[in-house]
Design a protein around this ligand. Structure first.
Ligand code: NAD
Length: 368
């Protein structure tokens, strides 16, 4: 398989973790005979410094031509006082919009030897493995009007959705549930909001097309509670933009570390932008101590969702689990035993596992 991947390292630890994820993707390409070509472009603060804008046209053009985009993180104190059009986050919002990335997928899975680092009780979170599918380009964050009136004393925001916008995200969630454990929780506020009533109707209409998926409707308030009291109840959650924003951040505490959480933002044709959930961590940038696993797991999602390479994606996930099981950890993981490693060593351990596993499979198949 021949694919073009655009790398957008961005700022702070973004550069370090994207480089690590690139090493892992290169190892996968070598082991499975794919050709991945990589091209790096600027975004965020780095782009402001070099091009005077957080999202240069050359970056947008390169992403438009790519089969997938892997992003690090943007932002840092250097640009905190900039006017809003020159803030690094503008680059991130701009590229999501330019690529029409309407579906945000965040898998949240606890790694067993890290569960103690979660503020939640281990017995509550053990076995939790869920996927939040969030609508990313509609709803309250994009509806108009959104303004102050009456000299600023009255405000209005608009929660608008078209049938088509709801249908495509609901389809994406059903498809994801089909590939997982076949359970979909559709989250809304249908007891109050018109938008949620249409959302529920569409989920009900769609379920006939996905007979292998069991659907449940839930209100956002009770879901917020269940996520931290009974997270193992969930498989796939689908919800609109703002509810998804809040629930996905809440669910991130299940894993115990920001450095472990990947995400995918997808367009209808499968092109996607993949990024760790964490930010640019200016406090540790350039020290070689950042945890690269969220970026590496984002690379696994890239292979799964944009390239349809499930075996390759699984091998990366297996490699991460195996390296953690062997006791290797970065400083953020709050593990007292085993061996503390830096960014590059963690990436190398994961690459080594990929190479060794694939080599042993080849040896086995050669003898069969
Ligand atoms: P952050 O995620 O960068 O850092 C929060 C804490 O977690 C820090 O102590 C950091 O050292 C630690 N941390 C984060 N990722 C880590 C990793 N991979 N390995 C080890 N430790 C890690 O959040 P913040 O401090 O609130 O934000 C810093 C900057 O990042 C800000 O400019 C913010 O706007 C930006 N930000 C960007 C994104 C993005 O690009 N998607 C997301 C969140 C924040």
């Amino acid at each position: 398989m021949n694919k073009r991947i655009v790398l957008l390292p961005g700022d702070g630890i973004g550069k370090e973790v994207v480089e690590s994820a690139k090493d892992v993707l290169s190892a996968i390409a070598e082991e499975f005979n794919h050709t991945f070509s990589f091209e790096s472009h600027d975004i965020g603060g780095a782009a402001i410094d070099l091009h005077g804008t957080p999202l240069p046209q050359s970056t947008v053009d390169a992403c438009m031509q790519a089969d997938a985009v892997l992003l690090g993180a943007v932002g840092g104190p250097k640009w905190d006082q900039n006017p809003s059009h020159l803030r690094p986050e503008r680059g991130l919002l701009g590229i999501r919009k330019a690529l029409d990335l309407y579906a945000n997928l965040r898998p949240i899975k606890g790694f067993k030897n890290l569960l103690h680092a979660s503020p939640l009780k281990e017995e509550v979170i053990t076995g939790s493995d869920l996927l939040i599918v969030r609508e990313l380009t509609g709803g309250l964050y994009f509806g108009t009007p959104s303004e102050r009136r009456d000299g600023g004393q009255t405000v209005v925001d608009t929660l608008a959705y078209s049938r088509r916008e709801i249908e495509r995200i609901v389809d994406k969630a059903f498809q994801a549930a089909e590939q997982r454990r076949g359970h979909l929780t559709s989250v809304d506020k249908a007891n109050v909001l018109e938008s949620s009533k249409l959302w529920r109707e569409i989920v009900e209409e769609k379920k006939a097309q996905y007979p292998n998926v069991v659907v449940e409707h839930a209100l956002v308030d009770s879901t917020a509670m269940k996520l931290i009291t009974n997270p193992t109840e969930f498989d796939v959650i689908v919800t609109e933009n703002m509810f998804g924003d809040i629930l996905s951040d809440e669910a991130s505490v299940l894993t115990g570390s920001l450095g472990m959480l990947p995400s995918a933002s997808l367009r209808e044709d499968g092109v996607g932008l993949y990024e760790p959930v964490h930010g640019s961590a200016p406090d540790i940038a350039g020290k070689g101590v950042a945890n690269p696993i969220a970026a590496i797991l984002s690379a696994a999602l890239l292979l799964r969702y944009s390239f349809g390479l499930e075996d390759e994606a699984k091998l990366i996930e297996e490699a991460v689990q195996s390296v953690l099981d062997a006791g290797y950890h970065t400083a953020d993981l709050q593990v007292s035993e085993g061996r503390l490693v830096g960014t590059w060593e963690m990436a190398k351990l994961i690459v080594d596992f990929i190479q060794s596993q694939n080599a042993s499979k080849c040896i086995m198949s050669c003898y069969v």
